[in-house]
Write a protein that binds this ligand. Structure first.
Ligand code: 5RP
Length: 220
């Protein structure tokens, strides 16, 4: 699938205009986009990054990274996804960067999502839905999720059994066993639980363009 990811990411360069500050997501597909951006770095002003991981890669390419508070609205945001439905609604957060990704998507006029074909689904939810939570609220939020959805929230941990800590110092619950027939309603309902920082459903603000990697890449 990495070839499909690369093809999608490199196609997204078509949306980059001279002098832009580009919003940049996180993940293995976006890594190809950052590498492609590095090859045209003289044409852009810089980037706003959604994670420490992407920031390091941007800086390694000599691309200046700006604080979103200093840039105002962005024209373009490019990011990957874990699932994408026919309405360009997404599940994101497999890389635990969902909160900053959601902030930059909201701040951007155009959200171009880059995926490999395996990410396409008819109904979101086969990929466990990530939810970023404040540490002290982990158990509370998990109980509320079970009551609300009957699905199974699982505390994301590393191989050594330590809870994954996000760039914002929070934890991730992955909700297994959802079939998300109304993504906007589910996004809103989960966002209401005290202690939830953000939900990896991008339904209220879906992607504007989805590029599916292949020869040639397809647009949704
Ligand atoms: C990170 C994300 C990523 O965009 C998502 O996990 C897809 O990653 P990849 O491009 O590695 O398949 O949401 O939080």
């Amino acid at each position: 699938m990495s070839e499909a990811k690369r093809l999608a990411a490199e196609k997204a360069i078509d949306y980059v205009e001279d002098g832009m500050i580009v919003g940049v997501g996180t993940g293995s597909t976006v890594a190809y986009f950052i590498d492609a951006l590095g090859r045209i770095k003289e044409r852009i002003k810089g980037a706003v990054s959604s994670s420490e991981q992407s920031t390091q890669r941007l800086l390694a390419h000599g691309i200046e990274v700006f604080d979103l508070n200093a840039t105002g609205p962005l024209s373009l945001y490019v990011d990957g996804a874990d699932e994408c439905d026919p309405h360009k609604r997404l599940i994101k957060g497999g890389g635990a960067a969902l909160t900053r990704e959601k902030i930059i998507a909201e701040a951007s006029e155009r959200f171009v999502c880059v995926i490999d074909p395996a990410k396409r689904v008819d109904i979101l939810g086969r990929f466990p839905l990530p939810v970023e939570v404040i540490p002290m609220a982990r158990s509370l939020v998990a109980r509320e999720i079970v009551g609300m959805t009957r699905a199974q929230p699982v505390w994301r941990q590393d191989a050594a059994g330590r809870g994954i800590v996000t760039d914002n110092g929070n934890l991730i619950l992955d909700i297994h066993g959802l079939a998300i027939t109304d993504p906007v309603a589910m996004e809103s309902a989960l966002n209401q639980i005290p202690g939830v920082v953000s939900v990896g459903l991008f339904a209220r603000r879906p992607a504007d363009v989805v590029i599916i990697g292949g020869e040639p890449p397809q647009l949704l």
